[in-house]
Design a protein around this ligand. Structure first.
Ligand code: ZN
Length: 467
């Protein structure tokens, strides 16, 4: 009897602990500079309308991903209260040619459980040894007068697409629409459901589907679609997501972080994928920030999952034959990303637990034949875009390209081998990927074993196993 009573009391105590999620604090700051210098400045500290959606038992991030790390420490004791790795649009822009001659500023945010006491928010950045070192500190007092405590009522209600449990026990993925008119809201909801359904058909998301909640939210816009400046199309969409970021026709991002955060805060979220209401192939993904995908494109399923791989798990692009906005070449530093390596020391390959004894490193693959076919395909692709041909022709080209690659790879003995295949991270030489094929390499259907494992690690960080 006493035991029953005690366990009942324990149950009540844990239930009330669950109910007592702290508020969500957000530090909005400006990150500016150029290829040589960078500066940070506080914009505002905000208490978001919804409680902290995260698991309070896993406040410290030990996955060692991202260009940056945020640490929240107790201002008096120095105790580490919260940390997360992340990357930024600023860091991507910094690797473009423009950053050598122009200063630019980007809005960024870090979110953390509201502390009881003054804290120090520290932003760290990787140095040339790949270690995090401190670049900026901001003192945040949760009781300070200038903390924004009151938010306007939600402009729209979030839709529960898949709700499997309390937010603190689940990974909360928020799908945000941009470029949808009021009349197109049912279309947005249908796209969010369709793409979420697809995500959970791909391993390891498939096996871990119950560890996720998926929400959707969108502010209606006057005109359908988002801007695509390279074709003279400009729309005032609520989040300002657009094509042609950093001059790359298929690169879709928003640089209006404030608009994004001020809408997202009305849903529980840890990860964001923005759906743009367009059919032109395009997307983007920044680790710990957000990803984007063109919802109406024939390859939307692939775009949604590939870009989410960047955003969710910090996966590198394993491809190297498509043109990108970043300056490539130069020294081959070991990437922090879990699925690319400079292979300095094959004996210490970071994914060696997946490599069977006797696998040659580097691992041979039909690289030359692939590159010859890929060069021809990239030429066709550029010509289709230059002539502004219908999107269906581009989709058909992508289908042919994948079929050709599949045919070439299917004859190779290392088709499903985990090894080190040269060509990754936008470089034909000096960087290696774990398998011949992966969603991060081409438009194939599955993640390689190393990417799948890297995704599972992040699911573990944000969810709590069901009893
Ligand atoms: Zn992979």
């Amino acid at each position: 009897m006493l035991r029953t009573l005690l366990s009942l009391l324990a149950l009540c105590a844990s239930a009330s602990a669950l109910a007592a999620q702290p508020a969500t604090m957000r530090l909005d700051y400006l990150h500016s500079g150029n290829a040589r210098d960078e500066h940070y400045a506080i914009e505002r500290v905000v208490i978001e309308p919804l409680p902290w959606p995260g698991n309070l038992r896993q406040t410290i991030d030990q996955t060692n991903r991202g260009n940056n790390m945020v640490e929240v420490v107790d201002a008096n004791t120095g105790k580490l209260l919260y940390s997360r790795g992340f990357s930024t649009v600023f860091a991507e822009w910094r690797s473009t040619e423009e950053a050598a001659r122009v200063d630019r500023a980007f809005e960024e945010s870090v979110r953390f459980p509201k502390p009881e006491q003054p804290v120090r928010v520290r932003i760290l950045k990787r140095d040339e040894r790949n270690q995090f070192s401190l670049v900026w500190t901001a003192d945040v007092n949760p009781d300070a007068m200038d903390v924004v405590r009151k938010q306007p009522p939600a402009p729209v209600k979030p839709i529960g697409i898949r709700v499997n449990g309390p937010s603190e026990d689940k990974v909360d993925l928020l799908i945000v629409g941009d470029g949808y008119t009021q009349a197109e809201m049912p279309k947005f909801e249908a796209a969010a459901r369709r793409l979420a359904d697809h995500l959970f058909q791909v391993s390891p998301f498939k096996e871990r589907a119950r560890d996720f909640n998926v929400w959707a939210i969108a502010l209606p816009t006057q005109e359908s679609g988002v801007s695509r400046p390279s074709t003279g199309v400009h729309h005032a969409s609520p989040l300002g997501a657009r094509y042609d970021i950093f001059g790359s026709e298929r690169y879709v991002l928003t640089t209006d972080n404030r608009a994004l955060r001020e809408l997202a805060q009305y849903a529980p979220y840890e990860f964001i994928e923005i759906l743009v209401n367009n059919d032109t192939y395009g997307g983007g993904g920044i680790f710990g920030q957000f990803s984007t995908a063109a919802a109406d494109n024939d390859w939307a399923n692939y775009l949604f999952v590939h870009e989410f791989g960047h955003h969710f798990a910090g996966l590198a692009d394993e491809y190297y034959t498509s043109p990108v906005a970043y300056a490539t070449g130069g020294e081959r530093r070991e990437p922090w990303e879990p699925n690319a390596t400079a292979l300095r020391d094959p004996a210490r390959l970071k994914w060696k637990k997946f490599v069977k004894a006797g696998t040659p490193l580097p691992t041979p693959w039909p690289k030359q034949a692939y590159e010859t076919a890929s060069r021809a395909y990239q030429k066709e692709r550029a010509a289709l875009r230059a002539a502004n041909r219908p999107e269906s022709e581009m989709s058909a080209l992508f289908r042919r390209d994948l079929a050709d690659t599949n045919a070439l790879f299917s004859r190779d003995p290392h088709l499903h081998t985990v090894g080190a295949f040269e060509g990754a991270n936008y470089e034909a030489t000096g960087y290696y990927r774990p398998e011949m094929q992966c969603i991060m390499f081409d438009r194939s259907a599955a993640f390689c074993a190393v990417c799948a494992d890297a995704i599972s690690t992040i699911i573990d960080l944000y969810s709590r196993p069901e009893k």
